[in-house]
Design a protein around this ligand. Structure first.
Ligand SMILES: [Ca+2]
Ligand SMILES: [Ca+2]
Length: 613
């Protein structure tokens, strides 16, 4: 069932601020027009509630700091502080599509923000079928799935330490073993009946907000589902708790914002605004400050609060949770992303005019999606450095209605993008980081000659024996497979892949982790060849690339200046009888482990040869 069709009641939450004169003072009451009955009920009940707790003195504790430095996505906006920043990712654009799942055949219309950890991408879906799915991050294949039950048929999810936690609208929280999908426990959160808040899990505790009669923040033991503490709040909708440095921060409409001791639930502060009511937006904690939105009482749509005291420091305008990289704040308002530092707007980016998603920062690149289906990558100066078409509109996160929350996520070297019924994962192609020509010099050891990938080629000055054999060793940034046929080939120059004078039509290489070794034979002297490794990828189902490695061969050019002359003869003579080591192995031209008159004779015989510049 489509929840929007079956429930027009919460199709949009229009807010009216009404001024009432009660007891000689002005109070702003919030009412939702066309909002769901629970919101009305909670507001009516909330209005009748006793006074809020007095502000409590904050306890001294470490200043909140940035989220974890693990390349994982564990909550909405990637981490438990919701700052959208994955500093631990190695990703650098251009990104390449690793896999894409079109779930429309399964009746899926919306896909949540991804959790990415331990080789899995975990998402919840809604549409005709409502499912919590764990996908293989290398292939996108479903590893396990669980049906979603409950009112409106959606859940939001969080990850911590091998477990995933989901909460449905009715407050049924479940924990699954992330690897297997085994249900570990479930608990009905008591006292409320409307749960729209994406949970946050950290340090053994799952945090969740619930609404209904007023609002409640819950802390649940990740191990057994026991409710550790609850605290009353105004009013518990939508906003995902932010957790850092022993504190949990929540913020609801107006805003009504709170900090609690994460372990005990003790209220540390409460910022009370001019109104209260249904709704709320996820707070972001960055550099000791809490960024809260849904401000209906000030000139800006957001406030910056001191994380230790709840004191107002300033304001900001952002329709989405702000994201942060270092001192740069990313605010998204009215379709434009702005980079702000020290209150100054440094740049703005409107993309194709249809930007929608909350921004995330992966490594040092900002990603934001568009309703056109375009995913943009920007540098921290706001310049577009990459874009791709995901294949379906990238939706805005819905922080107002009873539905799943969507957004981008980064982890395990991937950027995962939910776009309507499409889930796409982007990574980088295998990167060749270097290559060497390797020979073993008898008992003296193995020595490498660098083969630069750009600029002038390296110069292999050692002879290849009777069949002119060499060994080219390529190093990649990560583990690779070589899937091409032939696996490798000499695409220019005289020689072939093979050994002992026998060319191998399959171009067989040996692969060990991130190292690929290409055996070469019949390699003529005094030339630069080009060796190509075909079909290199990070996993069997990923896009592959061919890589090319230039290799210069000039036997006897012991000083590597691309010509063999008297200088090379003199240099070799000077090393005769010396132990072969890293400083003189080039003079062991026949690579037998000693430098002798034989090597001098080889160099002499090659005088007059040269490589092209
Ligand atoms: Ca030379
Ligand atoms: Ca020698």
């Amino acid at each position: 069932m489509n929840h929007n069709e079956k429930d027009g009641r919460r199709s949009g939450l229009s807010l009216i601020i009404k001024v009432s004169l009660i007891g000689g003072g002005f109070y702003l009451l919030l009412f939702g027009i066309c909002a769901i009955p629970f919101s009305v009920a909670q507001r009516e009940a909330g209005h009748a509630r006793p006074q809020l707790q007095q502000h409590q003195q904050p306890t001294v504790r470490p200043a909140p700091s940035q989220g974890g430095q693990v390349d994982e996505s564990v909550a909405w906006q990637n981490n438990a502080v919701h700052d959208g920043f994955d500093a631990a990712s190695p990703l650098v654009p251009p990104l390449t599509l690793r896999w894409s799942r079109d779930l429309s055949a399964n009746g899926v219309t919306s896909i949540s923000y991804p959790l990415i950890a331990q080789g899995l991408v975990l998402v919840t879906t809604t549409g005709q079928a409502n499912t919590f799915m764990a996908l293989d991050e290398n292939t996108g294949a479903t590893v396990w799935s669980a049906a979603i039950n409950g009112t409106y048929g959606f859940v939001n999810a969080a990850y911590d330490s091998g477990k995933v936690f989901v909460v449905n609208f009715d407050g049924l929280m479940k924990a699954f073993d992330a690897a297997t999908g085994t249900l570990l426990w479930s608990v009905s959160l008591p006292g409320q009946y409307a749960f729209t808040s994406p949970p946050t899990a950290a340090n053994g505790i799952v945090y969740e907000g619930g609404a209904g009669i007023g609002g409640t923040v819950y802390a649940v033991n990740e191990t057994n589902g026991a409710v550790l503490w609850t605290m009353p709040v105004e009013n518990g909708d939508h906003s995902s708790p932010a957790v850092v440095a022993g504190s949990v921060f929540v913020s609801y409409a107006c805003p009504q914002s709170y900090a609690f001791n994460a372990t005990t639930g003790q209220q540390l502060w409460h910022y009370s605004s001019c109104c209260e009511g249904g709704g709320g937006a996820t707070p972001v904690v960055h550099a000791g400050q809490v960024y809260v939105r849904d401000d209906l009482c000030d000139q800006t749509s957001g406030l910056v609060l001191d994380a230790n005291t709840g004191t107002v420091i300033g304001g900001f305008n952002s329709d989405r949770p702000p994201a942060f990289v270092g001192n740069l704040a990313l605010y998204f308002q009215s379709g434009t992303l702005r980079g702000v530092e020290n209150g100054q707007v440094l740049w703005s980016f409107a993309g194709d005019g249809q930007l929608t998603s909350a921004p995330v920062i992966v490594n040092q690149t900002i990603y934001i999606g568009s309703n056109s289906g375009t995913l943009f990558g920007l540098n921290t100066s706001g310049q577009q450095i990459w874009s791709t078409q995901v294949g379906a509109p990238i939706p805005a996160p819905d922080e107002h209605n009873a539905t799943l929350t969507t957004g981008l996520g980064a982890g395990d070297g991937l950027l995962v993008v939910p776009a309507g019924h499409v889930l796409a994962a982007y990574g980088t192609l295998p990167t060749l980081t270097g290559a060497v020509s390797r020979k073993t010099h008898g008992a003296a050891g193995t020595f490498d000659i660098d083969m630069p990938l750009t600029g002038s080629s390296g110069v292999e000055c050692r002879s290849g024996g009777a069949t002119h054999d060499y060994s080219l060793v390529a190093t990649f940034a990560g583990n690779v497979n070589v899937t091409g046929m032939p696996q490798s080939q000499v695409i220019s120059g005289m020689g072939c892949v093979g050994t002992g004078g026998v060319c191998d039509p399959n171009g067989t290489v040996s692969v060990s982790g991130n190292i690929v070794t290409v055996p070469l034979t019949n390699i003529a002297d005094a030339q630069v060849i080009n060796v190509q490794i075909n079909g290199v990828n990070g996993a069997g189902d990923e896009p592959a690339v061919n890589v090319n490695i230039p290799m210069g061969i000039l036997i006897g050019d012991v000083n590597g200046n691309r010509a063999v002359n008297a200088s090379d003869v003199a240099l070799t003579k000077s090393q005769v009888g010396q132990n072969v080591g890293a400083g003189n192995f080039r003079e062991d031209v026949n690579a037998n482990g000693t430098i002798s008159s034989t090597d001098v004779a080889i160099v002499k015989s090659d005088v007059g040869t040269a490589l092209p510049p």
